[in-house]
Structure formats: C-alpha cells, structure tokens
Design a protein around this ligand. Sequence first.
Ligand code: AOF
Ligand code: ZN
Length: 321
Amino acid sequence: MWPALQAAQRQRGQTGKNPNVGAALWRHGRLVDVVATGDGGRPHAESQLNILPGDVLAVTLEPCAHEGETPACARLVADARPSKVYVGCLDPDPRTSGHGLEIMKEAGISVQAGICEHKARHVMAGFLTRMIHQRPHVRLKLAMTRDGRSALADGRSQWITGFEARQHGHLLRAEADAIMVGAATFIQDQPTLTCRLGLSGRDPEIFVLSGREEISSLPKNVQILGTSGGQQDLSQILRQLAQEGIGNLLVESGGRLAASLLQAELVDELYCYQSDLLLGANARSALGALKDQELLLPKGMIVKERRQLGQDQLTRYVVER
Ligand code: AOF
Ligand code: ZN
C-alpha cells in the first residue's frame, strides 16, 4: 500500500471534488506501476493501469461502482482478473460504498479492505471529511514565538519563523484546495498566499473571511466569504466551501479566527511553528481568547508529531473524532 499512499499524497489538493486516490500494481512480485487520480479529478487512478490476470493491486480507496462518463473502476478491475486487491478504505460515496468491493468479489477476486486504513484516511482526508461531515478537512497553521506571539503590537511580523519553517508552510499550501485568511490578516500582510516551492499550478484558491475591515481592491484569485461586518457562522461558511467542492482547507489566520475555529471544534489538524523569539505581552497573541479554557488541550486534540525545522520547531496536533 505504501507506493499507492505516496502517489495519493502527491495529488492531495489537486483533484477537485474527487478523492486523491493512489494505486500500485505488482506483477510476479515486482512493482510495475504507480498512479493517482489526475488533476481536477479525472482520470480515476485505476483506469490508468494496464492490469493483467494474476497481478496484485493496491488502491487507497474502494474502486468506484458507478458508471459515469467512464466505466466503473471496480468493473474494470474485475474484468482484468488480478489475483489480489488490497483496499485502503471504503468510499463513503453512496454510489460505491461497499458495492465496489462486491463487484470485485463476485468476479472471484480475493479482496482485502482496511489495509493501512488510518494512513489512507489521513491522505484522503479532504474528500472523506467533505463526504461524511459536509465540511472541508481543516488544517490550521500558526507561526509563533516561544511566548506565543505572532506579531509586534504595530502588526510587524516578518519573520517570526525562519526559512525552513516557511518552506514547510508552502508544502501545506501545495496540499490545499483553498486557503482561508481573516480580513485583518489579509489587509495587514497582503499575503500572496501562493505556493512557492517550484511546483507550478499548485496555488490554491483564496478565500478572505469578511470582518469589520473594508477590503478595497481584490486580486482576481481572491474571493470574500461571509456577511460583511458581523460575526461569522463558521460552520455555515465551511459547509458552503464544501458545497463548492473544497475538501482540503488551510487556514492561515490571526489569533481571533484561530481561536474561534478551535472553539467551534472545526479544526482537524493544527500546525504550530514556533521560533526562539520572545516578544513579550505587548505583542499580538497567535491564539486569541478561548472561553472557559481548562488546563487541557482543546477537546480530542493530541500531539502527533514534533520536529525541528531549521531553527524552529513544528508541533503537529491532530483532533481524533
Ligand atoms: C475511483 N478511483 O481515482 C477516484 C474515485 O464524477 P466521477 O465519475 O469521476 O466520480 C466521482 C466519484 O468517484 C467520487 O465521488 C468517488 O466516489 C470516486 N472517485 N474512484 O475508483 C479514483 N477519484
Ligand atoms: Zn473510478
């Protein structure tokens, strides 16, 4: 499953409304092909393989069972008669869920589902969260000093973290369908929010969450979200984004929006980049006020990974629901 997972990971944020499925094929014990869903969601992964009888196939998501503009992948696989198919996780799409496995089993193929399921769910989290919870999978990115500050009192924030940490942040952009920022951050920083990793064509859509601030000139790749001036209903906004097909959402925000999202239990992963700087209590907080906070991490959140990025540290938290 590992080559299939890697291929799926590389297509994260590139497949539109469709899942970023990865597939790998073995023949006589040798890996012969590795593919993933194409840009924009087509072609499906399995349909790019030339499967011969006796091959072994690993695919991160249950092959689709519906005939659309193209034949069902489960049917393609069944007709090709591989000896064994390993599946990461079931497809929550009701047109497929379980039927894809059935089609292959009825053709006499040995099918094993739930292989590296946890990892498969992580890699395809955008699609799965959108299908199951009708909202995008939300990654919140915070860059802060050792004392939890994101900018000086006058708003200056270049640079809190160093080169390596910022490069890592660009990787998150490459894996996002869209980036959401608060209006204040957008005006203050005028961020370009592009993915500057030399990976062309991987710039996500940009949404600015409307606030009290007036945004005068808007670049054409940027859209405004929410009602002007007031408090935003974040669940509603995320539902709207999911309807538009956004599965992988990266939030690069100031402290207030970050706190609101955490408080509303709408964050699935938190990437916290921390530098050695100390700015003191007059500087701006990277994380705004949390109501009724106890001496605990927000509900369901655990530390999943900690690593050094140049001079800075990344702590990755995930929320297990
Ligand atoms: C697969 N392999 O690589 C992908 C799948 O609109 P369509 O016809 O492209 O179908 C979209 C659905 O197909 C999507 O909701 C999901 O269930 C499945 N995506 N299936 O076998 C793939 N991308
Ligand atoms: Zn398919």
